[in-house]
Design a protein around this ligand. Structure first.
Ligand SMILES: Nc1ccn([C@@H]2O[C@H](COP(=O)(O)O)[C@@H](O)[C@H]2O)c(=O)n1
Length: 296
């Protein structure tokens, strides 16, 4: 009988943890430990991966929702944004539709929402207040997650189809926007008076992160001495976030399965090494990081 590798991380036995191949997870972990934490980089999605999906039974906002629900948006526009959310979010999480079918619809959602936001005369200096007054919430364990990566000089790339300016403000207000953090996202373009006039560059939506990664080869080139990747996401689109990594040696993929659990579980198990089902914490990623940095 094949010898099973010992589980060195007790949190991998948490009830929220599902793995299709626990043996494979142990092998990847061992290989990554052997390579050393100075060869590690972390690539994570933001909304519903680093932030909570729900709190006390209520949905938590994405970067877009933080703005949509804020005082910066007129009630008429709020209605229109809500209608878009109610139309397109069910499509985003619909496991019966293919990526090919969903992709143009996702572009449509992001484009329409950004057009509406640009009409709202949003002032750059009001974003801080919008975030402060929002119900945005990083997952439990966020201080350990960000601080540990910083203390061990491990680069963290946050790769988000949300809004970069809002995302940065959320982590700034949480006191965790350290110098090892880099963000790829949709950034707002303000005019000289600080008024939102457009969004910058190529649109990032949930199904084109591969293209986004390939546009940023410089970043991955700088990190070429770190071929071991911990990837964290909440959608199947997040799996391509590491496609720019050069000469990758190992990748451990942790996926949060927040919504439509039964319908989507098998596809998450087939795609992510570790699937966290309705888990609002960073307990498992933190345990993995502590293990990989020899602190456990
Ligand atoms: N108008 C929109 C468009 C997208 N969303 C949600 O944002 C999430 C994308 O951000 P990631 O950090 O996960 O890449 C995505 O899952 C959409 O549900 C939105 O709320 N409003």
């Amino acid at each position: 009988m094949a010898k099973t590798k010992e589980n060195k991380i007790p949190e991998l036995s948490n009830p929220s943890v599902c793995m299709r191949d626990p043996q494979r997870v142990q092998e990847i972990l061992q290989s990554m430990v052997k390579a050393g934490s100075n060869t590690l980089q972390v690539i994570s999605d933001f909304d519903m991966t680093l932030t909570r999906f729900a709190y006390n039974g209520k949905r938590c906002p994405t970067c877009h929702n933080i703005l949509d629900n804020s005082k910066l948006i007129s009630s008429d526009c709020k209605e229109q944004l809500k209608e878009l959310l109610n139309t397109y979010y069910p499509i985003e999480i619909d496991s019966t539709r293919s990526v090919e079918e969903k992709l143009p619809l996702m572009v449509e959602w992001w484009t329409k929402a950004h057009e509406l936001l640009v009409q709202q005369k949003i002032k750059k200096d009001m974003l801080e207040v919008a975030v402060r007054e929002s119900e945005a919430m990083l997952r439990e364990g966020n201080q350990l997650f960000f601080n540990h990566l910083y203390e061990h000089s491990i680069p963290l790339l946050i790769f988000s189809a949300g809004i970069g300016d809002i995302l940065e403000e959320v982590i700034r207000q949480a006191g965790v926007f350290h110098s090892n953090v880099k963000v790829f996202s949709n950034y707002m373009d303000f005019d000289e008076t600080g008024l939102l006039k457009a969004f910058k560059g190529e649109l990032i939506h949930i199904y084109n992160k591969r293209e986004g990664a390939l546009l940023n080869t410089g970043h991955f080139q700088e990190l070429r001495t770190r071929p071991n990747v911990l990837l964290m996401g909440d959608s199947l689109g997040d799996l391509t976030m590491a496609d720019g990594v050069q000469d990758m040696e190992n990748i451990l993929k942790i996926g949060y399965l927040n919504d439509k659990v039964e319908e989507r579980k098998q596809s998450y198990l087939d795609s992510y090494d570790i699937v966290l089902v309705e888990d609002e914490t960073l307990e498992v990623p933190n345990a993995v990081l502590l293990y990989l940095t020899g602190n456990k």
